[in-house]
Design a protein around this ligand. Structure first.
Ligand SMILES: [Zn+2]
Length: 465
């Protein structure tokens, strides 16, 4: 079989890996590349293969860097199944529609400017109709059950990856003549004891492993400390009379932060204060979390048994329409504002950062990974001035970070997960990691006894047997 890395190769976005065996072509994820706009647009728009040749997509989870380019695939002639867990598919539905809306809005905005200059209009990367075609192709499977792929000599199993709702580790048994090649793909691997979700399931025996390495060179703070840290920072900011602005991805991080604040208020670590989730997408995602309690962990189950709602409490307001969102700006006194996106690249968070970053009593609190070349990363790296919508703003608010909410296993988590199967692995491929993290995890995997561990580059092809 052949394996080609068409994304998330020495970078963290655009996950897409092509598996070819006999006459079957299979994609593991089809995510959007993010970062430098022109480069990302070019990569997302130009698929490196004929989409109509792809027999199926196995979708690890609904984050946009794993599913966001599926509409480009359908737009270019892909007509087969996109297979994910039931929860993944429910989430992918809202993520893809939201993404299509952003693509259409971006194109309309640019076209207004182009029209003024007498330039030809550009087309959006994809439209709502393309996203709807991808959504119609979504096919749901449950964790742990094996299923056959139509017209292919392969069996597939999804295991719980514990990263976001529905996230899966994909196990493939690929039959080639007498041989069966066992290939595993972690997708994004979660952390133990994460709120809401169960722990990642252990690795089954494999011949080859594609493993993510986002934090391949880093260790996280403990989750318990992180919840206390979150309450401390919000509490201190509130006592100064300030607002805490939390950029958080609508999917998972928002639900986790809301649940954490709720727990902190209940256990007395935090005095009640107004909390706003300013994100229609987060509201939709939260509804889907509520629809899938069957994948929650025991702790969350027990919390709900006490008639407590993990995602709602008296001081919490979800805002959907723009007027309600704007009204948050006129509010005086301490509050928490959670908005997306998590790297301060787009969405309502831009307005809240713009309105609050100049005030020393406020805090911009990061609770997630900030990729290179994002505004979030620049603020976190200590920029004194930032640009939003063409205007410059001084950074006077405090900038803080709580790391333990990560949805990704850290270096120890990744190595601990791979350790039980390391000795029999014939190869391991580190993806979804920037260079330093990738190289560091490769060293760690080699030390576990996988001499052929590598971090492939974009387009690199491996022949596996
Ligand atoms: Zn993810």
């Amino acid at each position: 079989m052949r394996l080609t890395f068409w994304g998330a190769a020495r970078e963290v976005t655009g996950s897409m890996h092509l598996v070819e065996s006999n006459a079957t072509r299979l994609l593991l994820d089809c995510g959007s590349k993010q970062g430098h706009r022109a480069e990302a647009n070019a990569r997302n728009a130009n698929l490196p293969f004929d989409a109509s040749d792809i027999d199926a997509v196995l979708l690890s989870h609904a984050h946009i860097d794993h599913c966001g380019n599926l509409p480009t695939l359908t737009k270019n002639g892909f007509t087969r199944d996109i297979i994910g867990t039931h929860a993944t598919n429910d989430l992918a539905r809202i993520m893809l529609l939201d993404s299509a809306k952003i693509q259409e809005q971006d194109a309309a905005y640019l076209n207004k400017k182009r029209a003024l200059r007498g330039e030809e209009p550009i087309q959006p990367l994809y439209t709502r109709a393309d996203a709807e075609a991808a959504i119609r192709a979504l096919t749901g499977r449950s964790y742990n059950f094996w299923f056959e792929l139509p017209r292919a000599s392969m069996r597939v199993q999804f295991l719980d990856a514990g990263h976001i709702l529905g996230s899966a580790i994909t196990i493939l048994h690929i039959h080639e003549g007498e041989r069966t090649i066992r290939l595993g793909y972690t997708g994004d691997l979660g952390v133990k004891d994460k709120l809401i979700l169960r722990d990642p399931q252990p690795a089954p025996p494999l011949d080859y492993l594609i493993i993510e390495g986002t934090y391949g060179n880093r260790l996280h703070e403990s989750r318990v400390d992180s919840e206390a840290e979150l309450a401390r920072i919000i509490g201190e900011t509130a006592r100064r009379g300030g607002k805490t602005i939390i950029p958080a991805f609508a999917l998972d991080r928002t639900q986790e932060i809301v649940y954490s604040i709720h727990r902190s208020i209940l256990n007395g670590a935090l005095s009640p204060l107004p909390v706003f989730v300013d994100s229609p997408l987060a509201m939709d995602a939260t509804e889907i979390y509520r629809m899938h309690p069957e994948v929650f962990d025991q702790e969350t189950d027990a919390f709900m048994e006490k008639q407590e709602d993990p995602f709602g409490f008296r001081q919490l307001t979800y805002t959907r329409d723009v007027e309600a969102s704007k009204a948050i700006n006129t509010l005086h006194g301490p509050a928490v504002i959670i908005a997306s996106n998590g790297m301060v690249e787009a969405g309502r968070i831009l307005h809240h950062v713009k309105n609050n970053i100049g005030e020393p009593n406020n805090t911009i609190l990061f609770v997630g990974y900030q990729a290179e070349n994002t505004l979030g990363r620049r603020i976190l790296d200590g920029a004194k001035r930032i640009r939003i919508f063409g205007d410059e703003y001084p950074v006077r608010a405090r900038v803080e970070r709580v790391e333990g909410f990560s949805g990704h296993a850290d270096r120890n988590g990744l190595l601990d997960w791979a350790r039980p199967i390391a000795r029999e692995l014939k190869g391991a491929f580190v993806v979804h990691a920037e260079n330093d993290a990738a190289d560091s995890l490769v060293d760690g995997l080699r030390a576990l006894g996988i001499p052929d561990a590598i971090a492939p580059t974009y387009g690199q092809q491996m022949h596996l047997q």
